[in-house]
Design a protein around this ligand. Structure first.
Ligand SMILES: [Zn+2]
Length: 184
C-alpha cells in the first residue's frame, strides 16, 4: 500500500482490526471503499486492494488453495507468518439470524465460481469457531465437488476470529487443519 499517501499498511491493519467484531462498520467500510475508488476490494478475494487484483491473487506462484477468512486483517495476519502459500477469500460477515444476515447476503456464487474457474484443490475455513461460521461454511460449499474442504482445528477460541491468535498458535492451527465435518 506504499503508493497511497494516507493509508499505509499500519493504518490499514488498524482499520481492519476495528472491523473484525463490528458487522455494521464492516458494511460501512465496503460502501466507503466503493466510493473512494482508489482503495477497493480485490475482484477475486475481496480483500482491500489498490488494484483490480491484490498482490496475492496476482501472484502466479500461489498454490490452488483458498483460505476463507472474515476480514482483511486475517489476511494480513496470515501473510505476516510468511508460511501459507495459498490464496484467500474474505467474507466480511457470517450468516446470522440475530444480525439479520441471510445466505443471500453472502457472495456464495462468486466464491463457487472462483473455486471452479481457478481449479482450486482445497478450501480452508479459518473463521471464528462458532455456529454462524459452520452454517456459512456449509452454504459456501454446497454442491462443490472434487475439492478438499478443511477447517482450522476446534482449538481456535469460539466466537473469535483467527486474528485473535498469536502467530505461533495460528501457524499451528493452519498446519493441523482438519476435514470440515471431521471433528464437529
Ligand atoms: Zn485478491
Amino acid at each position: 500500500m506504499d503508493s497511497l499517501p494516507e493509508v499505509g499498511p499500519l493504518t490499514a491493519k488498524r482499520i481492519a482490526q476495528t472491523l473484525v467484531f463490528d458487522a455494521e462498520k464492516r458494511e460501512n467500510l465496503i460502501e466507503a471503499l466503493k466510493e473512494v475508488g482508489e482503495l477497493r476490494l480485490c475482484e477475486k478475494c475481496r480483500t482491500i486492494s489498490e488494484d483490480r487484483l491484490c498482490h496475492v491473487c496476482s501472484d502466479p506462484e500461489r498454490e490452488m488453495k483458498i483460505m476463507v477468512v472474515l476480514s482483511p486483517f486475517d489476511v494480513f495476519k496470515v501473510e505476516d507468518l510468511g508460511r501459507y502459500r495459498g490464496r484467500y477469500f474474505v467474507l466480511y460477515r457470517l450468516i446470522s439470524v440475530s444480525e439479520g444476515v441471510t445466505p443471500e447476503d453472502l457472495p456464495v456464487e462468486e466464491f463457487q465460481r472462483l473455486v471452479k474457474e481457478d481449479g482450486v484443490e482445497e478450501v480452508i475455513f479459518a473463521l471464528p469457531n462458532d455456529v454462524r461460521a459452520d452454517i456459512t461454511a456449509h452454504y459456501l460449499i454446497e454442491g462443490l465437488e472434487g475439492v478438499r474442504i478443511t477447517k482450522l482445528p476446534s482449538g481456535v477460541p469460539r466466537g473469535y476470529g483467527i486474528s485473535s491468535l498469536d502467530p505461533y498458535t495460528l501457524l499451528e492451527a493452519i498446519e493441523n487443519r482438519v476435514p470440515l465435518d471431521g471433528d464437529s
